[in-house]
Design a protein around this ligand. Structure first.
Ligand code: FDA
Length: 305
């Protein structure tokens, strides 16, 4: 089921139909803040009022021209200005294929560098999302080069996926470089040559990698909705005397709001990943892949309204 949804996430015809149909747009609102930048800012304000920070994702990936890459960057520059003007507790999450990585690594890096400089100027932060394993090394290299500029050290971080065998070695290197990490399980279809095939193996690796991050002096993020993962991190931090302000939990907009609020009440830092924009289809399909029961939920809502 999971791989079928991920395969469908690449289907161009279905994507075009969904992104342009009214029903599709309505369904997307389960996981997407809205189509416009203003929708995302409104949601960010509401999430901030509930005591949680935000990371904003202007949806889009795998651009096919330099012009599209620059257009994507413009949206993020506008976001950073709006975050500063409205004093939001928010940073940005960016995919390098959206800034042209598959056209030219130099183009994607230049755009990410400009955005990181802008983030520094307004006191924000750029998180580079991680895409499929073909792009892991290039993505890490880009982040490492930008982070190596002294002034930008606190303004950029990356994502590591616990399902990849290589992730422990990557985390060791990132910790040595003091680079901020968001740890997630991983959302793409990966072959058994590069990724643990079973959930139990991914979970065990997630717990191990989370402990490595928690013990480091750098502020990292644990992105998961999985209660056993969260419980394991909480009890490890407790045992080791690691303060609740030394790391944050991150969850996706529209997923486990109850858990988000419970963590806030317990005094943990929580950040919600808020995606917006017209190119919502691949993101949406990955969310269905994670929990096929969402399809039933969406279908029920569709027929109810
Ligand atoms: P798991 O998938 O095992 O789910 C555990 C439980 O969480 C489920 O039983 C269900 O209750 C709930 N749940 C999970 N997903 C749900 C959904 N879609 N709808 C409803 N309930 C759901 N991936 C990646 O490859 N690169 C990246 O850069 C990122 N970035 C990122 C940022 C943030 C803030 C989050 C939370 C996640 C990501 N991810 C990601 C996605 C991540 O890799 C993973 O696919 C999802 O978080 C689902 O994994 P869980 O850890 O939640 O566990």
């Amino acid at each position: 089921m999971r791989s079928s949804f991920i395969a469908l996430s690449h289907n161009r015809a279905l994507r075009h139909f969904c992104e342009h149909s009214r029903v599709g747009v309505r369904l997307s609102s389960r996981f997407v803040a809205g189509m416009e930048l203003e929708d995302a800012l409104r949601v960010a304000e509401a999430v901030n009022r509930q005591g949680m920070a935000v990371t904003l994702d202007s949806l889009g990936e795998s651009v096919t021209s330099e012009m599209e890459a620059h257009q994507a960057a413009d949206v993020y520059h506008k976001l950073l200005d709006a975050v500063a003007a409205r004093k939001l507790k928010a940073n940005i999450s960016l995919k390098l294929t959206q800034t042209g990585l598959e056209l030219s690594a130099g183009l994607a890096e230049d755009i990410a560098l400009n955005l990181t400089q802008h983030a520094l100027a307004v006191g924000s932060f750029v998180r580079i999302d991680m895409e499929d394993s073909r792009l892991t090394q290039t993505t890490l290299d880009v982040v490492r080069r930008i982070h190596a500029r002294r002034d930008l050290r606190d303004s950029i971080g990356v994502v590591i996926q616990a399902y990849l065998y290589r992730s422990q070695a990557d985390i060791e290197q990132l910790l040595a470089d003091h680079i901020r990490v968001r740890l997630c399980k991983g959302a793409y279809n990966e072959p058994a040559e590069v990724a643990f095939p079973r959930k139990t193996q991914v979970d065990a690796n997630y717990v191990k990698l989370a402990q490595m991050l928690l013990e480091s002096p750098v502020y990292h993020a644990l992105a998961t909705h999985d209660e056993p993962m969260i419980a394991a991190a909480k009890s490890f931090a407790e045992r080791k005397g690691i303060g609740r302000d030394r790391f944050e939990f991150q969850m996706l907009y529209g997923v486990r709001r109850d858990l988000q609020s419970a963590l806030v009440r317990e005094g943990y830092n929580v950040r919600v990943y808020v995606p917006f924009g017209r190119e919502w289809y691949p993101y949406f399909m990955r969310r269905l892949a994670e929990r096929p029961a969402n399809v039933v939920f969406l279908a029920r809502n569709l027929f109810r309204s």
